[in-house]
Design a protein around this ligand. Structure first.
Ligand code: PLP
Length: 396
C-alpha cells in the first residue's frame, strides 16, 4: 500500500497535478489538491451523475462519516464534536453568533484578527452593547498572553483569536492563550483557518473550546468545505443563529429540539463530494505527519525569508516569535498588484493582502497592500530560487 511521505518530495509533487503547471506560492489562498483528493471528488460527482445526488450520498455515507472521524483524529476530539460546513467563515459565525452577548460583555481578540471575524464583533457590539477589546501584542508582534491576563475580568464572555493571521507568517501563542482562558473558565474560540494542515493542532493541548478551519488552504482539500469543533460540554449552551432539519428535530406541531452534537451547527444541504474530499485530504496530511509537515514548511519559509532579505529593495514584514509558511513582503517602487502580475506572467502564484483584511494590524504598522507568498511542503528550494530571481529581476 502507498503512503505519502516527505522522504520523497518528488513523489508528492508527482501526484500533485498543479505542480506540473505552476510554481504555487498561494497555499494560504488555496493549496494544490493531491490526486487522491481529486479522484474521490470526481468519483462522487460521477456517481451523482450516474444514479442521482441523494442516491449517491446514501451509497457514500461511510466515506462521508469518515470525514468526521478524520477531522476528530486531526485535532484530537470526538467525531460528535465536529460539524461540517461550507467554509471557515460560516463555521466561525455559527459558533460566534450562538453566544448570547449583552451590554457590557467583553470580547477579547487579537490585533491581527481577520476581517470577517472583526466585522461580526462590530455587528454584535452595535446590536447588543458588548465591547470588543483587541489584546495588545508583545514586542515580537504576537498577542501578549500577559496583556490578555491583565484584561480578564468577570465581564469577559469570550476570547476569540486568529491562530495564523491572513496577512503574514505570525503564529499566535494558542496554548498560552488557552491556558489563560482555562484558568478563568472563559470560552476560547480559535480561528485555525490558516494553521490547519501546516501546524499540528490538538484541542486539548491548546485548550480551546471552539476551533474553526477551511478545507482548501493548507489541508489541500476542495473549495467550499470547512469545519468547526465545539467542545461537548459547550454544545448544549450554544443556540445557533439558524436552524434547519439537520441541526434540529421538529418534535411536535409547536416544538423542536436541537441536535445534541455539533450537527446543530450544520445545514442540511451540503457539498457531499467536497466533504468526502476533505476527509481524504485530512487522511493524506496525517499520513505524512503534521509534525513533519510543519518542520518542512518552516524550513522552506525561512529559506525564502532569508533570500528575500538579501535582495535590495525587498522588505519582509512577518512578525512573531514563531513563524509559519506565510511570507509577506513588499517591493520598493512596485505596487503589490504589479508584483503579483509580474510573477503570474512567469507562472508563479502569489496573492496580495489588502490592509483591510487585517485592519488593526495594517493600520498599526502602516502597511500598504502586501504580497503574500505562502509555501507548502511540496514546494522546493529550486522554486524558491526561481521566485527570488524573478523578484530580483524586477528591482534590478
Ligand atoms: C484567518 C482567516 N480566517 C478565516 C478565513 C476565512 O476562510 P473561508 O474563506 O474559508 O471562509 C480566512 C481566509 O482567508 C483567514 O485567513
Amino acid at each position: 500500500m502507498y503512503f505519502p511521505s516527505l522522504d520523497n518530495v518528488q513523489a508528492l509533487r508527482d501526484e500533485t497535478p498543479g505542480c506540473r503547471n505552476v510554481i504555487h506560492f498561494n497555499n494560504a489562498g488555496a493549496a494544490l489538491m493531491p490526486q487522491p483528493v481529486i479522484d474521490v471528488v470526481k468519483q462522487h460527482i460521477d456517481l451523482e451523475a450516474a444514479i442521482g445526488g441523494y442516491e449517491a450520498a446514501a451509497k457514500s455515507a461511510d466515506q462521508y462519516q469518515n470525514t468526521y472521524a478524520s477531522i476528530a483524529r486531526l485535532i484530537n476530539c470526538k467525531s460528535e464534536e465536529v460539524g461540517l460546513v461550507v467554509n471557515a467563515t460560516r463555521a466561525w459565525d455559527m459558533a460566534f453568533y450562538s453566544f448570547n452577548f449583552e451590554r457590557g460583555d467583553k470580547i477579547l481578540t487579537a490585533m491581527s484578527e481577520y476581517v470577517s471575524n472583526y466585522l461580526a464583533f462590530l455587528q454584535v457590539a452595535r446590536r447588543t452593547g458588548a465591547e470588543v477589546i483587541p489584546v495588545p501584542n508583545d514586542d515580537s508582534g504576537q498577542l501578549s498572553p500577559d496583556e490578555l491576563e491583565r484584561l480578564i475580568d468577570d465581564r469577559v464572555k469570550l476570547i476569540a483569536v486568529t491562530h495564523v493571521p491572513t496577512n503574514g507568517g505570525l503564529v499566535n501563542p494558542a496554548s498560552e492563550i488557552g491556558a489563560v482562558a482555562r484558568n478563568h473558565n472563559i470560552p476560547f474560540l480559535l480561528d485555525a483557518c490558516q494553521s490547519a494542515g501546516q501546524i499540528p493542532l490538538d484541542v486539548e493541548d491548546i485548550g480551546c473550546d471552539i476551533l474553526t478551519a477551511t478545507g482548501r488552504k493548507y489541508l489541500r482539500g476542495p473549495r467550499g468545505t470547512g469545519f468547526l469543533y465545539v467542545r461537548q460540554k459547550l454544545i448544549p449552551q450554544l443556540e445557533p443563529p439558524f436552524i434547519d432539519l439537520r441541526s434540529a428535530d421538529w418534535t411536535s406541531s409547536g416544538s423542536y429540539s436541537w441536535a445534541t452534537t455539533a450537527r446543530r451547527f450544520e445545514t442540511w444541504e451540503n457539498n457531499v463530494a467536497g466533504m468526502i474530499g476533505l476527509g481524504v485530504a485530512v487522511d493524506y496530511a496525517m499520513a505524512i505527519g503534521l509534525d513533519r509537515i510543519e518542520d518542512r514548511v518552516v524550513v522552506l519559509a525561512n529559506e525564502l525569508r532569508t533570500r528575500l532579505t538579501e535582495i535590495d529593495g525587498i522588505t519582509v514584514h512577518d512578525l512573531g516569535k514563531k513563524k509559519c509558511g506565510i511570507v509577506s513582503l513588499t517591493v520598493d517602487g512596485f505596487s503589490s498588484d504589479d508584483v503579483k502580475e509580474h510573477l503570474a506572467a512567469r507562472r508563479i502564484n502569489v496573492t496580495v493582502s489588502a490592509p483591510d483584511s487585517t485592519l488593526l494590524d495594517a493600520s498599526n504598522r502602516n502597511l500598504p497592500p502586501i504580497v503574500r507568498a505562502s509555501v507548502h511542503y511540496y514546494n522546493t528550494v529550486e522554486e524558491i530560487e526561481t521566485l527570488c530571481s524573478c523578484l530580483a529581476d524586477l528591482v534590478n
